[in-house]
Structures are given as structure tokens and as C-alpha cells.
Design a binder for this molecule. Structure first.
Ligand code: 5GP
Ligand code: MN
Length: 336
């Protein structure tokens, strides 16, 4: 493992650097990546952010978004950048399977791999790790990396602050999850002092819905929400025909699962959606209920205790049946 002094001395001269983040990047994935990008370019490095797939339109306003390369749209260029890189930062994920085909390119690259992440069970592919499951967001760890590890607080600027604030805000449920402790609020305050316009960031992310998204949300809540009172569980299922008929784009389904969790008494919420290639599950839970355990054990996934995801190769109906069938095993935890 690379030590911090070794890392500092490497970063003292311009390097070719790639920053990558997980499949279907969310606000923390993009905020942490573009925040680190804004820092590294100031230091004179040649930096490219490569995402494995596209990401929601409500993140396209982030500073330097136009510089991002999407692997699925520019495969050759991405492969070349990964092969030529001296350093690859892996943000907001810790297993190379989370970045699809890009994962094997990263593994094969001779670049030093640096992981900045807050998920459980990191895979052993990195040369440097700034990792803590206690962090509410990878963006919090990027802040800590720049300010405390590299002691480069003087390089913080408005662009970095805007990106990192976005990551922290989205992953902490707008500073309301238990992970948003007083340190997180202090970091938030510092980012505001550095120029992050918190009210504007919130508006750009959360009040930026298309009409389609809102009507689709209405459809999910009116017609697709199923409550299982005996398990304190709520499920919303969506077919690919419904996605097509509402012209749903990447990002439009984000956060819908939280409405299911907001029902009085519900401890576990599932959003199960039929994508073109597979069925995707998003789980949310309250308190100690381990949503990530269900995703890891039964649905090829993982995540955090209260927010986890995975997928199934079965069809939608069979996936829903399988999900319901495992609830009796968790009944005691669900009804306590
Ligand atoms: P979402 O439900 O918003 O897609 O994901 C919630 C959280 O679950 C993410 O922050 C991520 O930690 C985790 N997650 C989602 N999908 C997957 C997956 O396919 N594999 C793993 N390991 N984690 C996932
Ligand atoms: Mn995250």
C-alpha cells in the first residue's frame, strides 16, 4: 500500500490521472469524482473522469460535466486513457464488478489504483485506500483526503465545494440520515463558506424533474404500490412497458423507493424494475434492518444497511415472488 508521503510526492509532479466511479452514477458518484477532478486539475495534472454508463440529467449542471467521458459512448478512447494512466482513482465503489467492462481494463492497467469509498467489504485491487463505512458519502472522504490527508485545504475552491456538497447532500438524504453527524454538518458549513450555494444545488438536483417523471411517480403511487402490513414492507414494481410508455430516462426513477418507505410503519421498501437486460432492485430500510444483506445474499448486490441494490436474472414476476418469499425469514426483525 502506498503511504501518504509517497502519494504526496507522486502528486507533486503532473500525472496522467483517470477518475472513475460506479455504474449508473448518482449524486455522490458524480459529485465526488468532479470534486476531485476540480482539485487535481488545479494542481496541474492531466485528468479525465470516465463513467461506466450515462447518468441522470439532474447532475449534468455540475462544474466540468462537459469534460466527462462515458465509457459506453467512447470505448476506445476510454480504454486508451485507462491504459496510459499513471493513477486511477476509484470513487464511491470498491469492487471492480461495479464498473462493468471498465473493471477489467482498470485491473489490467499498470496504473496505481486509489480507492476512496464508503461501502462495506472492499475488494483487494487497490494500492491506496481512503475508506470508511462511517462516512456519509464518498464526497465526504474526498474532502477529508484533500484537506486532512494531503493538507491542501488552500486549494479548495467554489467548483470543488459545489461538487462535494452535491455528493454529501444526495447520499445523506439532504443531511438527514444518521450518517449525517456533526462533522458532516461542519464540512457542509465549510463548503458553503467556500462558495457552494446550498439552496441552488438542492433546487438543481431535486426540483428539476421532467413532467414525465412526475406523472410516472403518480402512476407508481396510485397503481403500483403494494403494502404488506404483516411484514411492514412496501413494494413498487415497474414493467419495461411502463418505462417505455412514460418515456423514462436515466434518473427519472431515482428516489421513488423513498416514497414507499415514507408510509407509516414501513420498515422495508423495495422498488423492483424491469430493465432491458435484467431486473433491478432498490431497497431502503429504517433502523437496524439490513437491506444490504438481502441484496448481497439473494440479488448479486450490496450497499449500505439502509440503502442497497442488486439485480436478478429471473423475470420481473419471479423476482417479486422470490423477494416476497424471503420476508418470512426476516419477520422478527421487520415487525419489532
Ligand atoms: P440504488 O437503490 O439507489 O440503486 O442504490 C442504493 C445503494 O445500493 C447504492 O449506493 C449502492 O451502494 C448500492 N447498490 C445498488 N446497486 C448495487 C449493485 O448492483 N451492487 C452493489 N454491490 N451495490 C449496489
Ligand atoms: Mn456514495
Amino acid at each position: 500500500m502506498l503511504s501518504v508521503p509517497e502519494l504526496k510526492s507522486l502528486l507533486a509532479t503532473p500525472q496522467k490521472i483517470v477518475i472513475t466511479t460506479h455504474h449508473k452514477p448518482d449524486g455522490d458518484a458524480m459529485g465526488s469524482s468532479l470534486g476531485l477532478y476540480a482539485y487535481l486539475i488545479q494542481k496541474g495534472h492531466h485528468v479525465t473522469v470516465i463513467t461506466p454508463t450515462d447518468y441522470p440529467y439532474f447532475l449534468h449542471w455540475l462544474p466540468n460535466n462537459s469534460e466527462v467521458i462515458i465509457y459506453t459512448e467512447q470505448q476506445e478512447k476510454s480504454a486508451q486513457l485507462v491504459a496510459d494512466a499513471a493513477m486511477i482513482f476509484c470513487l464511491d465503489f470498491n469492487s471492480l464488478s461495479r464498473i462493468n467492462e471498465l473493471g477489467e481494463l482498470v485491473r489490467a492497467s499498470s496504473a496505481l489504483k486509489l480507492m476512496i469509498d464508503h461501502h462495506l467489504d472492499p475488494e483487494d485491487f487497490d494500492d491506496y485506500r481512503h475508506w470508511s463505512i462511517n462516512a456519509c458519502a464518498a464526497a465526504q472522504l474526498v474532502y477529508d483526503f484533500i484537506v486532512n490527508e494531503l493538507e491542501d485545504g488552500e486549494f479548495m475552491n467554489k467548483d470543488i465545494a459545489t461538487c462535494l456538497y452535491t455528493g454529501i447532500m444526495t447520499d445523506s438524504g439532504s443531511f438527514r440520515f444518521p450518517s449525517a453527524n456533526s462533522t458532516v454538518y461542519r464540512i457542509g458549513a465549510d463548503l458553503i463558506d467556500l462558495g457552494a450555494e446550498h439552496w441552488k444545488i438542492h433546487q438543481l438536483v431535486y426540483d428539476n424533474a421532467t413532467e414525465n417523471r412526475l406523472r410516472f411517480l403518480g402512476h407508481c403511487l396510485s397503481n403500483k404500490l403494494e403494502i404488506l402490513p404483516e411484514y411492514h414492507t412496501a413494494i413498487i414494481t415497474v414493467t419495461s412497458e411502463e418505462l417505455k410508455s412514460f418515456n423514462i430516462q436515466t434518473g427519472d426513477t431515482e428516489g421513488i423507493v423513498n416514497y414507499a418507505l415514507s408510509v407509516n410503519g414501513i420498515k422495508l421498501a423495495a422498488f423492483i424494475i424491469e430493465r432491458t437486460d435484467k431486473v433491478k432492485l432498490s431497497l431502503r430500510s429504517t433502523g437496524d434492518f439490513p437491506a444490504n444483506e438481502i441484496c448481497k445474499k439473494y440479488f448479486n448486490g450490496g450497499g449500505h444497511r439502509n440503502a442497497a441494490g442488486g439485480f436478478s436474472d429471473e423475470n420481473l414476476a419471479d423476482t417479486v415472488t422470490a423477494f416476497k418469499a424471503l420476508l418470512p425469514d426476516y419477520k422478527t426483525q421487520l415487525i419489532q
